[in-house]
Design a protein around this ligand. Sequence first.
Ligand code: RFL
Ligand code: PHB
Length: 389
Amino acid sequence: MRTQVAIIGGGPSGLLLGQLLHRQGIDNIVLERKTRDYVLGRIRAGILETGLVDLMRKAGVSERMDRESFVHDGTVITDGNTHFEINFKELTGDHVIVYGQTELTRDLYDAREECGAQTVFNTENVQIHDADSDAPYVTYEVDGEQHRIDCDYVAGCDGFHGVSRKTIPEDVRNEYEKVYPFGWLGILSETPPVHDELIYANSERGFALCSMRNENLSRYYIQCSLTDSPEDWSDDAFWEELKRRIPAEMADKLVTGPTIEKSIAPLRSFVTEPMRWGRLFLCGDAAHIVPPTGAKGLNTAASDIHYLFEGLSAFYANGDASGLDTYSEKALSRIWKAERFSWWMTNILHRFPDQTDFDIKMQRADLDFLRSNRDAQKVMAQNYIGLPY
Ligand code: RFL
Ligand code: PHB
């Protein structure tokens, strides 16, 4: 088989790139290790920046998102029993939207099927060959049978555990990592959200987040120990702990009910440099991870896709390779700022096991400054709604 761009990974990064390229008449094949249903079963991000929304529109897949998503003009931050609002709209003129990653991915799969672009599921043993030559190719197996795709470029969109990043030789790769000493226990429940904006809560008992998917679907998280497993937490225990971590007036309004999903995610900051090696380009979680506190994971994946798409479009339109040559530099410059923001949000809102009284005073001072200083709020809002591409 031959294609112009071989895309490894059928998560949001790979699918969005595939759709943008397809609209531009650039042939591509997506290789996905799992099934469509498996990918759609993963409950992940919920907050989309305008940059990602615009890319979905450009890819022609925004119809349902435009209809069903919810605009959020601000967010609430709590410190113990007190709270304050960061009003994105007033501070920046922009907003974020709530639209689940699951729905976004479903829209992209539907569009891909509709336009007849090729996706191969259940691929095993994917290998990228000769990425540092002019003639790269990808091999993989399905049901024990070996296949080969010759291509011009390979987009490594296969997430943190994929093969693409590891294809770059170790002596070329620089990896930067910070692993946090706690996780997030997340639940989904068919209950109305406790508030119409997200609540990021700092409490003595640890962090909590009240998020949502729609008027009757809430997403809540609490900071938990890395040794916990979801089975350790009954629904009642989860709700009780969440109530203790948010201000009493909010806890009183919380509607509880059975959970329909419960999982634990570890928190990590990670960046690999460079994001390009020869004709291989890394995008999204394959190249970088942020702790979810700043809601930046999917949104940084989107900015990578923007830069790569612009580079590939210019190359196929008129042979101009300058966008591809500067891909890694441009993507990383934005990534590091999102890394900083996510790290900062994580630091000011969580309890750390080795935190001293001094550290807690510093956290309080940071929150107090944010509560009372409009410039600090503006910086926070600019980062949250997403830095320009
Ligand atoms: P994905 O989604 O991991 O998709 C990679 C795909 O590649 C496939 N794959 C392979 N395919 C072929 N061959 C191989 N060898 C392969 N190895 C892997 C996988 O099966 C998969 O389908 O990466 P992608 O596309 O870069 O997307 C990144 C986002 O999924 C991720 O950054 C976000 O979910 C992070 N995130 C959030 N991001 C936000 O922007 N806003 C949020 O509110 C937000 N909340 C979250 C989050 C992530 C979370 N978890 C569980 C990590 C909340 C949570 C709890
Ligand atoms: C979510 O709704 O899943 C969500 C929202 C905001 C975050 C992280 C996760 O910062």
